[in-house]
Structure formats: structure tokens, C-alpha cells
Write a protein that binds this ligand. Structure first.
Ligand code: GH3
Ligand code: MG
Ligand code: MG
Ligand code: MG
Length: 310
């Protein structure tokens, strides 16, 4: 622990420095306000013992500057140690940022007790900082968990529902395009039946990964809509752009070349339905967009699967 001792009188700094050293605190000494500020910037002491009457900058001014120099969340205890003993001086010292105010001469016992009190407060404050940081981390993790699908790691239904409402409103407000893909694994029930549920889960992870690695914009959202169905929300994307992306995704899933003994293709494939806000402005809210994409997906299934329908 380091303390900055500031006093223009040599005997005072020497005495206080000596007392601090005896209780295990390393003293740095400054003989003027200006020097104190420089040392504070360089050494970030854990405690400041500050005289008031000094020729260049008085202690009150120094305290104000030190408080301004502290970075966000930092706090350095400042104890005034002055021959000035009026109520007004004490009041002013605390008002400018001091944490305690001692009147010279001060006994070694009192000085030690006051330093210990500051150490205790600093320790409690540090615990609070650590606790706050942990709470922030936990909060971030909770937010993440509540928006991510546990099996596949892509966004979950909750996140999608929020996003589609938000993006719908944004699309209508700015007259921008908004597209939605509904994507469903073909013959997935028989995949599970022939290869087992665990292989099924593995397959869903791989499919989610394939879809997610296709989207490029940070505003694009790949979400698990439910079961083996995924939704891809594409702000500022027209029907043609969305269909092109869906086609690339369809190919990517095929190229995974995941064996599916019960599928006519012999491997895992996916069907895609595409809908766009701009294509039909009479659409009834976000649910209209979802319904349109669902209907397109149905057409893709009817059309033989492993394809994209608009
Ligand atoms: P289609 O080609 O028409 O889409 O046929 P399908 O068999 O894929 O469709 P269906 O809706 O009949 O079956 C979906 C299957 O997906 C049934 C269900 O057991 C399976 N499934 C849903 N969620 C999960 C999951 O989290 N893990 C696994 N392994 N299977 C799932
Ligand atoms: Mg002085
Ligand atoms: Mg399916
Ligand atoms: Mg399905």
C-alpha cells in the first residue's frame, strides 16, 4: 500500500511519512500542490494525506483536482491534515472531496486508527466493485441464455418473435424491405426413426450451423422456430435476395452430405419458403409475414421438397 503525503513543511511530511512507514505503508512525499498532482498521476496512491495551507495550490484545490483525475469507478481516500481547525475548514474539506479531516498535531495512535478506517472502507468498496462486476457478468449470461436455443446455439423462438415484431415495424416505418425464410428439414421424422434421436439432435446442430454461416449481415437473424423448423429474418432484403440466399442455404445443407437412409436423396435436405413484406403491403402485421412464409414452405414441400418456393 502506497500513501501520498502532501505538506509544504518538511518536518510535517517527515513525521507523517515516518508514522505511515511504521504501520507498513510506503509513503511518497510532495512539498507542494503541483508536485502532489504529478505524483498522484504517476503512482496512483491508495491514500492521500493532505495539508491545507500551502503556498502554490492549497489543499482544498488539490483535493478537487485529484477527484477529477480519478478514472471512472476509482476512489482514493483523502485525509486532510491541517493546523486550520475551524468548523468551516472541516466542512469545506469534506465538501471538496476529502474523506476525513484531522487537526495537527495528531497522535500516531489517532493517525493509525484513521488510516485503518479508510483501509476498511476501501476494502468494502472493492468488494462491492467485484460483486457488481460478477452481477453484470451473470446478467449478460442470463440475457444470452434467454435468447439462445439450447440445442443448436442459434436464436430461440422468443428472440425471433421479438425481432420479427421490431423489424416489421421498422420496415413499415422506413418503407424498407423485410424478408423471411421458413426452413424445414425434409423427412426428419424418419431420420430420427432410423438413426435415433441423438443423431437427430446432431443433425439439427449441423443444419443450424449451415444456415447461420450463410448469413452475412449482423442484422440477419437465424432462429430455431420449433422442432426441425428454422426461421431466417432478413431486414432490408427483397424477395429476390431472400430467395437467392435460401437457394444457397439449400445447397449448403445438401453439401453437408449427411446420410439419410429414408430420404429419396439418400441425404439430409431442407425445404424453404420465402416471403417479403414489400411484395404484399396488405399483409396483416408480422403474423401475416410468417403465414406467407409458411404457405410458401408448404408449396416447397408439395413441390417435392429440397427446393425453394416463393
Ligand atoms: P417433412 O419432410 O414434411 O418436413 O416431414 P418431417 O418428417 O420432417 O416432418 P414431421 O413434422 O412429420 O416430423 C418432424 C420431426 O422432427 C418429428 C420430431 O420427432 C422431430 N423433432 C422435432 N424436434 C426435435 C429435436 O429437438 N430433436 C430431434 N432429434 N428430433 C426432433
Ligand atoms: Mg502547510
Ligand atoms: Mg420436416
Ligand atoms: Mg416441421
Amino acid at each position: 500500500m502506497k500513501a501520498l503525503v502532501v505538506d509544504d513543511t518538511l518536518t510535517s511530511v517527515t513525521l507523517v511519512a515516518h508514522q505511515l512507514r511504521r504501520i507498513g505503508i510506503e509513503p511518497l512525499t510532495a512539498r507542494s500542490g503541483g508536485e502532489a498532482i504529478e505524483l498522484f498521476k504517476q503512482h496512483h496512491p491508495d491514500l492521500v494525506m493532505l495539508d491545507v495551507n500551502m503556498p502554490d495550490l492549497n489543499g482544498f484545490e488539490v483535493a478537487k483536482r485529484l477527484r477529477q483525475l480519478e478514472r471512472d469507478g476509482e476512489w482514493t481516500p483523502i485525509i486532510f491534515l491541517s493546523a486550520r481547525a475551524s468548523d468551516e475548514d472541516v466542512e469545506r474539506g469534506i465538501a471538496v472531496g476529502g474523506d476525513d479531516y484531522l487537526v495537527k498535531p495528531v497522535s500516531e495512535i489517532v493517525l493509525t486508527a484513521k488510516v485503518r478506517a479508510m483501509q476498511r472502507i476501501a476494502q468494502m468498496r472493492y468488494s462491492l466493485v467485484v460483486l457488481t462486476r460478477r452481477l453484470d457478468d451473470a446478467n449478460r449470461e442470463l440475457t444470452r441464455l434467454s435468447s439462445v436455443d439450447g440445442l443448436t446455439g442459434v436464436a430461440n423462438r422468443r428472440m425471433f418473435d421479438e425481432a420479427v415484431v421490431r423489424e416489421w415495424a421498422r420496415g413499415v416505418r422506413h418503407g424498407s424491405q423485410l424478408s423471411l425464410l421458413m426452413c424445414d428439414v425434409d423427412y426428419f421424422k424418419s431420420y430420427n426413426d432410423s438413426l435415433g434421436h441423438q443423431a437427430g439432435d446432431e443433425c439439427l446442430r449441423a443444419v443450424a450451423q449451415a444456415l447461420a454461416s450463410r448469413v452475412r449481415r449482423p442484422t440477419d437473424l437465424v432462429a430455431r422456430y420449433g422442432g426441425e423448423e428454422f426461421a431466417v429474418l432478413l431486414p432490408d432484403t427483397d424477395a429476390l435476395g431472400a430467395a437467392t440466399l435460401a437457394e444457397a442455404m439449400r445447397r449448403d445443407v445438401m453439401l453437408m452430405d449427411a446420410r439419410h437412409p429414408e430420404s429419396p436423396m439418400g441425404r439430409v435436405t431442407m425445404s424453404f419458403g420465402v416471403a417479403s413484406l414489400i411484395a404484399d403491403r396488405s399483409m396483416a402485421g408480422p403474423s401475416g409475414l410468417i403465414k406467407a412464409a409458411d404457405e410458401a414452405l408448404y408449396r416447397a414441400k408439395e413441390g417435392g421438397r429440397n427446393c425453394v418456393a416463393l
